[in-house]
Design a protein around this ligand. Structure first.
Ligand code: HEM
Length: 488
């Protein structure tokens, strides 16, 4: 008994010694607890924790479990790391959970190097080059917006939870690009997939995920992680079935979508020994585009509905501007941004205030380096604190409230702000930035052209922190929508 106690005390003292020696050589930060570091604070109230970080300076360190992580809190230091030293700061750590679920490399969590570069470049080109049959991406989004409005109007005047129609609409855009087709809103198989996606997103960044990453041995035991793995298998199966269908109809001279283009690329590179275009990477890339392309945009739109219900004056002003410029029937296109400055500013403000990826996606240094005089070993985890930039007190007129004036000048014209950084920056900058901007502008403008949203009578005030994992999403809420034609 005494020996055990002595052992435990020595272990504890060693841990205190380890923490002290790490802390003396790294940037300041909140004091870590032995063994668990700052994890308890990180999980208790993630947004409060993230907002506290800039108090320690432009660069601070936190301990998530045993691993020391650097948080970058200012634009200047983000540029120094991710732009000026892009190759060193653009790695991704190996996350035990992801490694266990799928070994494919893909794009989002692929380590910095040849495979990531090829897959990213290929995806960027195909996203840019693909019209959707005869339609442009803008037209496809406008068309999908009509389906969404029709779906929402089925519930006209009744309180309903808008998550499914919004997710369906948004994922239909990425599905059109990668699979060449959209899915009906009542498609049972697709509804199941979106539910899976939702559950996986809730798991990403949750306490359970962190526990798994600290103790990967729990993969041998039952628990929610088994379900997440099972989900990935279901998604993989779904993608494989679609790939098989594409193989049957493939015309090598006339690819219709990302899957076709990928199959053609695979054949082209068949004889190369170290090709990165193989089935495993294809499944992972498709999964990444589907996953990253749905959740962030759909979540931003849901926050947008909440802000519109909370600020009916903003909603009215947008609607009036849209009707003045487009009338009741013309669908918006990206060119209309110039003549819809208030609406365009509102879409930006929704993204700024929604701050859907508060700490972006974790990076890792690819070699030993220095930042602001601190030595960072290879493999140091780096978190870009996008929250600090999007609410920087010196660069926003209204950093802490929802106000489209943040993007308007005295004449009411749209004005850019370089601190608008929801997509991060550098070589890992969001690959879907253009697509996301198109989707947000056209979905939002179309919705406010035709519909009016309000809180159901007696609805409790929305919790503005939301549920924070990798993605910050609103808690479930109900809305009431009415057709503008009937309210006018
Ligand atoms: C990465 C934000 C929509 C695909 C990222 C990152 C952020 C982000 C912050 C991490 C960048 C970094 O590592 O520093 C957003 C937001 C969106 C959005 C706020 C919508 C409102 C999309 C869409 C797509 C997409 C529509 C689909 C094509 C990706 C991919 C990556 C990524 C593939 C990984 C890039 C890499 O590691 O090289 N996004 N995103 N995103 N995003 Fe987006």
């Amino acid at each position: 008994g005494l020996a055990l106690l002595g052992g435990l005390i020595s272990l504890f003292l060693l841990e205190i010694f380890r923490l002290n020696s790490i802390r003396s050589s790294c940037p300041p930060g909140p004091k870590p607890l032995p063994f668990v570091g700052n994890l308890p604070d990180f999980f208790r109230d993630r947004m409060a924790f993230v907002k506290l970080m800039p108090k320690y300076g432009e660069m601070c360190s936190i301990h998530l479990g045993k691993k020391q992580t650097i948080v970058l809190n200012s634009m200047q230091i983000l540029k120094e790391a991710f732009v000026q030293n892009g190759a060193i700061f653009s790695g991704r750590p190996s996350v035990p959970l992801l490694h266990w679920i799928h070994r494919g490399k893909g794009i989002v969590m692929a380590s910095y190097g040849h495979s990531w570069r090829q897959q990213r470049r290929f995806a960027l080109h195909t996203l840019r080059d693909f019209g959707l049959g005869k339609k442009t991406v803008e037209e496809r989004v406008a068309e999908e917006a009509h389906y969404l409005i029709k779906e929402m109007l089925k519930q006209e005047g009744k309180a309903f939870y808008p998550i499914h129609p919004i997710m369906n609409a948004v994922s239909n855009i990425i599905c059109s690009i990668i699979f060449g087709d959209r899915f009906e809103y009542d498609d049972k198989r697709f509804a199941k997939l979106l539910e899976i996606l939702n559950e996986n997103v809730r798991f990403a960044g949750s306490t359970m995920e962190q526990i798994f990453n600290l103790l990967p041995i729990i993969k041998y035991f039952p628990g929610p992680h088994q379900k997440i793995r099972h989900h990935f298998e279901a998604l993989k199966q779904f993608i494989l079935e679609i790939v098989e269908e594409h193989k049957k109809t493939l015309d090598p001279d006339n690819p219709c979508d990302f899957t076709d283009a990928y199959l053609i690329q695979m054949t082209k590179e068949e004889s190369k020994e170290n090709t990165t275009f193989h089935l495993e990477n294809m499944i992972k890339s498709v999964f990444d585009l589907f996953f990253a392309g749905t959740e962030t945009t759909a979540t931003t739109l849901r926050w947008g509905l909440i802000y519109m219900m909370d600020h009916p004056d903003v909603q009215e002003r947008c609607h009036e501007e849209i009707i003045r410029v487009l009338g009741w029937d013309r669908s918006p296109c990206m060119e209309d941004r110039a003549s819809l400055p208030y609406t365009y500013a509102t879409v930006h403000e929704i993204q700024r205030y929604a701050n859907v990826v508060p700490l972006s996606v974790v990076h890792e240094t690819t070699e030993p380096t220095q930042l602001q005089g601190y030595h960072l070993p290879k493999g140091t985890m780096i978190l870009p604190n996008l929250t600090a930039i999007l609410a920087d007190k010196e660069h926003w007129k209204y950093p802490d409230t929802f106000n489209p004036e943040n993007f308007l000048d005295e004449k009411g014209q749209f004005c850019k702000n370089d601190f608008f950084l929801p997509f991060s920056l550098g070589p890992r900058v969001c690959l879907g930035e253009n697509l996301a901007r198109t989707e947000l502008f056209i979905f939002f403008t179309s919705l406010l052209q035709r519909l009016k949203f309000s809180w159901p009578p007696g609805a409790p005030p929305a919790n503005m922190d939301g549920l924070v994992g990798t993605v910050r999403s609103p808690f479930p809420f109900n809305t009431v929508c009415r057709s503008r034609e009937t309210t006018h």
